[in-house]
Design a protein around this ligand. Structure first.
Ligand code: GUN
Length: 286
């Protein structure tokens, strides 16, 4: 049995960022600086960390990141007001509202209010719907990053059996659509799936996005499977743990992403890619 390839998400993200830095330099020569507005509501520590990672990535590639911090007790109307102002601001190419929002804020109303051509998260129904009909505009960053990571070790996805564990709107569903578009045979497993171990055992590609530490056991995997772990769970010792039992998967999987250092950096690189694309689209629209 050959060893398991550990997919280095940080290294692949750096390659994507280097390419984006070249694109932003070209845009700057045309007097355009791509601009991302990040709306952060409240003080959620994990959200603050994510936003800081996004801001730093923006700095590295020459994208302007504007922080719009709102206090944790704001109303839905106040968040909508902020989003509408950003929709109307011609200097802003992309808008990201960091999730989760506090319970009193209606998340769906906020996401619906983002202008689809600035929705760099790809969460607006207009962008999700375009993905469904095979004419994507902005694709959600995590699934897009996962496709990149899969292709890095498995260039021929066509005909493969892919299992997506989790059916969220921001990861599982768009992930299944992207894999379908790449001609994989796709199964979506979720909390009501009867025999998850058997489904995992049949899959050439497994994408785990459930948010439960080590839920996917190493011995369930088909030998040689490509395993993409979207889970970011915090253990009792404060360390990050994926949805897959990484140590048990080593030696059995053909390739696997680590947590941290796998999907996370690629999500951010894909966000930056969407912002640069938004700036290009605006130039092309004139
Ligand atoms: N919270 C966790 N992941 C994400 C993401 O990809 N985008 C936004 N906006 N919020 C998140």
């Amino acid at each position: 049995m050959t060893g398991t390839t550990i997919i280095d998400g940080r290294a692949i993200a750096r390659e994507v960022e280097a390419d984006l830095a070249t694109k932003t330099s070209a845009l700057l020569e045309r007097a355009v600086r791509p601009c991302l507005a990040v709306v952060l509501v409240g003080e959620d520590p994990a959200s603050r960390v994510y936003v800081r990672h996004k801001t730093r990535a923006a700095e590295r590639i020459g994208v302007e990141a504007r922080d719009h911090a709102l206090s944790g007790d704001v109303s839905t109307e106040r968040v909508l007001q902020e989003v509408r102002a950003l929709n109307d601001d011609p200097a802003v190419n992309g808008i990201l509202v960091q999730l989760p929002l506090p319970p009193q804020v209606d998340e769906n109303r906020v996401l619906l209010a983002i202008a689809p051509h600035k929705d760099v998260d790809g969460f607006h129904p207009d962008n999700l719907g375009r993905l469904v009909i095979g004419e994507p505009r902005f694709v959600a960053c995590t699934p897009r990053g996962c496709m990149h990571l899969i292709r890095s070790v498995c260039p021929e996805i066509s005909g493969k059996r892919a299992l997506v564990v989790g059916r969220s709107t921001i990861v599982g569903k768009p992930m299944a659509l992207l894999l379908t578009q790449a001609d994989a045979t796709v199964i979506v497993a979720h909390s009501k799936t009867q025999d998850l171990a058997a489904e995992v055992g049949r899959a050439d590609i497994v994408v785990a996005a459930v948010g439960r530490p080590k839920m996917i056991r190493g011995e369930w995997l088909r030998a040689g499977a490509v395993v993409i772990d979207v889970g970011i769970n915090r253990g009792d010792d404060g360390k990050l743990i994926g949805d897959v039992d990484f140590d048990a998967a080593l030696g059995r999987a053909g390739a696997i992403t680590p947590v941290p250092g796998g999907v996370g950096p690629m999500t951010i690189a894909c966000l930056m890619s969407n912002v640069v694309e938004a700036a290009h689209r605006r130039l092309d629209r004139g």
